[in-house]
Design a binder for this molecule. Structure first.
Ligand SMILES: NC(=O)c1ccc[n+]([C@@H]2O[C@H](COP(=O)([O-])OP(=O)(O)OC[C@H]3O[C@@H](n4cnc5c(N)ncnc54)[C@H](OP(=O)(O)O)[C@@H]3O)[C@@H](O)[C@H]2O)c1
Length: 262
């Protein structure tokens, strides 16, 4: 793998203002890509621009807005598209959710992946382009304190697979990959859930215990070992984007890197 593969390419990262997205935007920029960062917080995007210089272009916007997806794909035609933006659901047991809070990650995470994926296929992006979506280990394990989050993240994995199939059928040559990160306290979203599960389980365990068929399908580790950080996520995404040899449809993402999922 060589970062030279990314020199001069254009990457678009949603949710670039903080957390994994900021780490991913930073790593791609340092690998030589021109990075377009999308998030709603203009100030945090401007801070990142000050840090990364001219290789980073802030695009303050709601990534779940279909017009935004169309405009940005038309304007930038990225060869690396990282669909990372995600809402933080209320950390509550299911019966303390309303339908609106339960479905929040469908409205933001799934909706933005839907719009951007659709635009990537319709454009279409150039052959050899890579679209990376952020699912979650919760898609395999469940996440009983976050309403519809786990289902939304499973839908993102399916949607990414469907898009790969459509690219194949139309001969577009696009690579679609979903990543399932391990829960980590190293981002705002993750820290909130590590704390919520620790409180619920008396501090004994930071993630829901794996059980049932979904758990058997998952070899995702619980929150042991070193945590996944935004820097490590950035390195993993950069490696994947630069190396067409990553051909699996989905990977677990932990501090140890990427591990293919069957
Ligand atoms: N951290 C974990 O443990 C973990 C585990 C598995 C999967 N994930 C997934 O990884 C992704 C990143 O998570 P994170 O932990 O880095 O979260 P985070 O620190 O809360 O960051 C979320 C990012 O998404 C952006 N965002 C949220 N809603 C948006 C919208 N409507 N339009 C544009 N940007 C929006 C936020 O920026 P603004 O608020 O400025 O818009 C922010 O940049 C998410 O999809 C998450 O579900 C995280």
């Amino acid at each position: 793998m060589s970062d030279r593969e990314l020199a001069g390419t254009t990457a678009l990262v949603t949710g670039a203002s903080r957390g994994f997205g900021r780490g991913i935007a930073t790593a791609l920029s340092r690998a030589g890509a021109q990075v377009v960062g999308v998030a709603r917080d203009r100030g945090q995007l401007e801070d990142l621009r000050a840090e990364l210089g001219g290789s980073f272009t802030p695009e303050p916007a709601d990534a779940a807005d279909p017009v935004v997806a169309g405009q940005l794909i038309d304007a930038y035609r990225p060869t690396v598209l990282v669909l990372n933006a995600g809402a933080t659901p209320l950390p509550r047991p299911v019966h303390h959710h309303t339908w609106q809070t339960f479905s929040r990650n469908w409205e933001v995470d799934v909706q933005h992946v839907f719009h951007f994926t659709r635009e990537a296929l319709l454009a279409p992006l150039a052959p050899g382009s890579t679209v990376i979506t952020l699912s979650s280990g919760a898609a395999l394990r469940g996440s009983p304190l976050s309403g519809g989050y786990a289902g939304a993240k499973a839908a993102i994995r399916w949607l990414t697979g469907y898009a790969a199939e459509e690219s194949e059928r139309a001969g577009l040559g696009l690579r679609f990959v979903s990543l399932l990160p391990q829960l980590t306290p190293a981002t705002d979203l993750g820290a909130r859930y590590v704390a919520a599960y620790a409180a619920r389980q008396g501090g004994a365990q930071a993630v829901p215990a794996a059980s049932g068929p979904a758990a058997q399908a998952s070899s995702a580790p619980a929150a042991s070992g070193p945590p996944l950080t935004p820097d490590l996520a950035g390195q993993a995404v950069t490696d994947l984007a630069a190396d067409p040899g990553y051909r699996e449809p989905a990977y677990m993402l932990t501090a140890a890197g990427l591990r293919p999922l069957a």
